[in-house]
Design a protein around this ligand. Structure first.
Ligand code: UDP
Length: 358
């Protein structure tokens, strides 16, 4: 298959601004290349693909980045700036896709979804978030009515956010497991990984660390400085150890030394890449039973699921985390979320999309 992939217009690949989409794109490209497909990627200038993806052709586009949907009101109109990066990426993608089988869109935005109704080239969409915008949600309903195969979601619970998607395609997610080394560090510190932004609920994990008299190691891009300093100011100095935003190789090395990852989202997390990355290193995860994490974590086997926003229950689970066998965590990822498993699911789905256009 010849696949043209459109990356996120929020930031260049490697900036961290694109969140989980950046890693998902890289592992998908790796998986597709291994299966023998041809892949071209349209991405913002300065983007980098990982070393193993050199066989994929990268096309750069300049222009003004989009504002992330989750940081606007649900009913906000869609804004397309002058010299739009998104519009440029789609223009280029559509042009290259004339010689390809499918255009695969990974941006959560109006324009590529609307285009699906207006061009003959099959455009397939990996929807990376729960419903964060009424305009997008309604447009997905409209396009789904005509092209029911053209959308895929990471988890069932994410797809449930879209009321008109009656029979969603669920593809999960995948990870290059060679990039994650198992570590048996049962006495390590507490970890939290993610974009530091309100929807990620860092404050609840800091509360847990403080109650237990421990430090919390935090990795990730500080997207919202005010939010970060508010949390820092609410707890004794040194409760948070800011570890910065690290590339996967370094992140997994540090994360593997931790005894548990706390995952405390306040939104309907579509999937939760960081959960699987922790599990791949042998680190059990305690998360709120909200969104994707509730479909990933096997309660009592690879971690624990606490009732949403119940911080006291997070504390009880941290106290019994030694009951989780770290080997089980790694095993679950190998059986369920490798790049190969993911790429196969995506290929099966894309075949259905393409068939509809023949
Ligand atoms: N991440 C990273 N380095 C860091 C912290 C996070 O590369 O220091 C990446 C992580 O690998 C994951 C992404 O940031 O792929 C966060 O994705 P997730 O699905 O957890 O949440 P999102 O940001 O998409 O809401």
């Amino acid at each position: 298959m010849r696949i043209v992939l459109i990356s996120t217009p929020i930031g260049y690949l490697g900036s961290g601004k694109g969140g989980g989409v950046e890693l998902t794109l890289n592992s998908l490209v790796s998986g597709l290349l291994v299966l023998g497909h041809s892949v071209e990627v349209i991405a913002p200038e300065n983007s980098k693909l990982c070393e193993s993806n050199k066989k994929a052709k990268l096309h750069f586009v300049g222009g003004k980045e989009q504002i992330s949907m989750q940081h606007q009101n649900y009913d906000s109109p869609v804004i397309i700036p002058d010299n739009s990066l998104l519009a440029g990426m789609i223009e280029k993608g559509l042009d290259i896709a004339k010689q390809s089988d499918v255009l695969l869109n990974m941006s959560y935005d109006w324009l590529p979804i609307w285009m699906t109704l207006n061009v003959e080239i099959p455009i397939a969409h990996i929807i990376s978030m729960g419903s964060e915008s009424s305009v997008i949600c309604n447009l997905i309903s409209k396009v789904y009515a005509k092209h029911p195969h053209n959308f895929a979601f990471h988890s069932k619970i994410q797809a449930n956010d879209y009321p008109d998607i009656k029979n969603p395609t669920i593809i999960g997610n995948g990870f290059e497991l060679d990039n994650y080394i198992f570590q048996d560090s049962v006495n390590g510190p507490l970890a939290w990984v993610g974009r530091v932004a309100p929807e990620k609920g860092l404050e609840d994990a800091v509360y847990v660390a403080n109650e237990l008299g421990e430090k919390l190691n935090v990795w990730g891009l500080i997207e919202d400085e005010n939010y970060a300093s508010k949390i820092e100011d609410s707890y004794p100095q040194g409760t948070i150890d800011w570890m910065g935003y690290l590339a996967t190789e370094k992140l997994q090395k540090e994360l593997g030394k931790c005894r548990v990852l706390l995952n405390t989202p306040k939104w309907n997390e579509a999937y939760g890449n960081v959960i699987v990355e922790a599990l791949a290193c042998g680190v059990p995860v305690i998360a709120y039973k909200r969104g994707g994490p509730s479909e990933i974590i096997q309660h009592g086997e690879t971690g624990y699921l606490a009732n949403p926003d119940d911080k006291e229950s997070l504390i009880s689970y941290v106290e019994m985390i030694d009951k989780i066998k770290r080997n089980n965590c790694r095993e679950w990822v190998e059986k369920n979320a490798s790049a190969n498993i993911f790429a196969n699911k995506v290929v099966n789905w894309l075949n259905k999309v393409i068939k509809d256009y023949k």
